[in-house]
Design a protein around this ligand. Sequence first.
Ligand code: GLV
Ligand code: GLV
Length: 321
Amino acid sequence: SKPSVLLTRNDYPEEGVKLLREHFQVDTWKSALGISKEELTSALNGKFGVFCSLSDKIDADVLKNASDLKVIATMSVGYDHLDLKEIKQRKIRVGYTPNVLTEATAELTMALLLATSRRILESHKAIHKGEWKSWAPNFMCGPALQGSTVGIVGCGRIGLSVLEKLIPFKVSKFLYTSRSKKPEVEKHGAIHTDIDALCRESDFIILTSALTPDTHQLINRIRLESMKSTAILINTSRGQLVDQDALIDVLRDGKLRGAGLDVMYPEPLPLDSPLLKLDNCVIIPHIGSAQIETRQEMARITAQNIINVFQNKPMIYEVPL
Ligand code: GLV
Ligand code: GLV
């Protein structure tokens, strides 16, 4: 009989699901709300592979019955939800989906930059609230990208794509942080700097780093308070890069002009979160890669990663362990 693969939700794009059916018995978790930790733990029993997403946390506990598991394929570029140390010990391979979502995520980052700086949602709400009384010289004014200093934290593929998209906007200076200097970033005149200087000097601070122990709470209270009161923070990476309570304080106290967040914690955000009460915070529900073809391609690659392990071939994108 064919080996079995678990899908952790019932709404993964058909492009991936139908590929898997050609090779495996496919067991699909019955809902589109995602599988619980307990259900996942028991469902991994006897599985060759699992097709999962960033909302499936896979740690030692979850893997305790997974003695047949050979591959975990996540339909995401981030893999901070996976306990790589435990996974490596069990000689399980890990696939993910970088590159294909770079442009979609960079576009979404641009959308947040413009929505926050030009106060799009606030303006839209103002009309609904009857606050548009007449054209007014100071109504809904915001800062320009032109002439500004933009700081890109963790300038990898996504950060570089954002930088390139910003060039026609006539930004005057780019700063970036990354473990090493990057020629492909510096060829655009960007300056490598440390995180403290980037936070102090930038008008727009864009977070694109992966979440690791080194980047966890990187944007702490001290760094948030060191930012210009006219600055805007954009996060399309992972919520845990930022001390969210401190972010709420600086946004509320006018120490930071605005924030655009595709990610936060927890996700989904509870409806009573103070973040939702701030007019200077644009919040969207983790949709960085939510572009139709991108999601189809992510599903296809995720499935192919599992198939390739079965066929003893290199994965399309494998996380080095
Ligand atoms: C999205 O956040 C991803 O990691 O793909
Ligand atoms: C993130 O991992 C990236 O592609 O920049």
